[in-house]
Design a protein around this ligand. Structure first.
Ligand SMILES: Nc1nc2c(ncn2[C@@H]2O[C@H](COP(=O)(O)OP(=O)(O)OP(=O)(O)O)[C@@H](O)[C@H]2O)c(=O)[nH]1
Length: 396
């Protein structure tokens, strides 16, 4: 399952973000995942489910479908203990970096209120500039990978040169434990000269910076937007960085909890909620909800939590959702479950790639694919689109 890490300095709202994004897990008990660690849980990327357009009632095997919105599971990991200098052993040191190994993208939470200092201690709101917090994560991750390569570098390069080995393949092998893939190494290598034996430390770091932009892309999340100090900081962050997602994890947590308690009706990602049990709301709760409504939802369009997950999956990792079915007429599997699976696959995938995603055997026995909406055979090389419903025909 696609894994995304939630990281940032202490006190910026990581746990609040993680909890609010994963709180609905218990309600989706049909998910067959039992051995997740304490710091890992399921969050959901959302997609418009084809069930409403086709006027059928779907039976998701994992996740859920509510009001025509499909919730597709991804794994979030809460990576705590990160402070500047972690690669040198500060904070919890290198442990957190190992937690990043399998993550495909990093959600970097910063405190946009300016109420968390350099080391992650609470400070007077507005007294720390959150722009100073953005770059250190990239540096820590680069230095982590550098420490993996550093010891072996002279030996590896000697080997590449003397045995005429493929540099990218040798590096990808070395970094496979850190979740770095060959394609990323090949791409990062393009910005460099190929006289690897002359690379100095700065050259290796420049190469790794590029490599990690590809292998561990970072999504900047500016949290605590409910505080008045955040607005100006967010504007400055947006001027400097291409994509910054404003969030209020605490507001999302409050809204999700109020929904669970049956007090309001709210869907993550929405810019509104509806009070359904006013009698049981205390004055304090009412005021808190009003505050969230005007200072977060109306002002920013949402709490930003769902937007962060969707941005990570669709925009940064460039995945699409497709629905494989066995019966292209009923959009179902053999047991009659309608649209049972919503699969995340890389943009650019074709039906043959999809077959391999379902099962290696199915991929190996692939004969052709049918677009179930059009009831038409499609080429095995045709690029699949978001929301395609595909029946894979395989002789295995
Ligand atoms: N105003 C405001 N406060 C928030 C928000 N999110 C979290 N906080 C507060 O920030 C503090 C830290 O939140 P946590 O979620 O524990 O932060 P963390 O990054 O996990 O902290 P560590 O566990 O120390 O690493 C708590 O007092 C939260 O209530 C938010 O959206 N707005």
């Amino acid at each position: 399952m696609l894994q995304i890490a939630v990281t940032g300095k202490p006190n910026v709202g990581k746990s609040s973000f993680f909890n609010s994004a994963t709180l609905s897990e218990a309600e989706v008990a049909n998910y067959p995942f039992t051995t997740i660690d304490a710091n890992a849980a399921i969050a959901y990327v959302t997609a418009k489910c084809p069930c409403s357009e086709l006027d059928v009632s779907c039976n998701p095997r994992t996740g859920k479908c509510e009001d025509g919105i499909r919730y597709i599971p991804v794994e979030l990991i809460d990576v705590a203990g990160l402070v500047p200098g972690a690669h040198e052993g500060k904070g919890l040191g290198n442990k957190f970096l190992d937690d990043l190994s399998q993550a495909r993208a990093l959600i970097h939470i910063i405190d946009a209120s300016g109420g968390t200092d350099e080391e992650g201690n609470p400070c007077e709101i507005g007294s720390h500039d959150p722009l100073d917090d953005v770059n250190f994560l990239k540096h820590e991750v680069t230095m982590w990978v550098y420490s993996i390569l550093e010891r072996n570098w002279p030996r590896l390069i000697r080997k590449v040169m003397s045995e005429h080995l493929n540099f990218a393949k040798v590096i990808a092998d070395q970094l496979s434990g850190a979740g770095v893939f060959l394609d990323d190494v090949i791409e990062a290598e393009r910005i460099m000269d190929d006289d690897y034996d002359k690379w100095e430390k700065d050259d290796i770091l420049r190469f790794l910076d590029k490599l990690l932009e590809l292998a561990k892309p970072i999504i900047i999340v500016a949290n605590k937007i409910d505080t008045p100090q955040a607005e100006e900081n967010i504007n400055r962050l947006k001027q400097k960085y291409e994509k910054v997602i404003p969030t209020s994890a605490e507001s999302e947590l409050a809204l999700v909890n109020a929904t669970k308690a049956g007090l309001i009706k709210y869907k993550s990602g929405d810019d509104y909620f509806e009070i359904i049990d006013e009698e049981n709301l205390s004055q304090k709760q009412k005021m808190a909800l009003e505050y969230i409504d005007s200072n977060v939802l109306k002002k920013y369009g949402s709490t930003g939590i769902q937007e962060t997950i969707n941005t990570a999956v669709y925009d940064v990792l460039e995945e699409i959702v497709v629905y494989p079915v066995e019966d292209e007429h009923k959009y179902s599997d053999q047991k009659g479950n309608i649209l049972p699976d919503a699969l995340l696959i890389p943009k650019g995938s074709n039906p043959r790639d999809l077959a391999y995603c379902i099962h290696t055997d199915i991929g190996e026995g692939f004969t052709h694919a049918i677009d179930a909406r059009k009831n038409m055979r499609i080429s095995s090389e045709q690029e699949l689109k978001q929301s395609d419903i595909i029946s894979i025909i395989s002789n295995k």
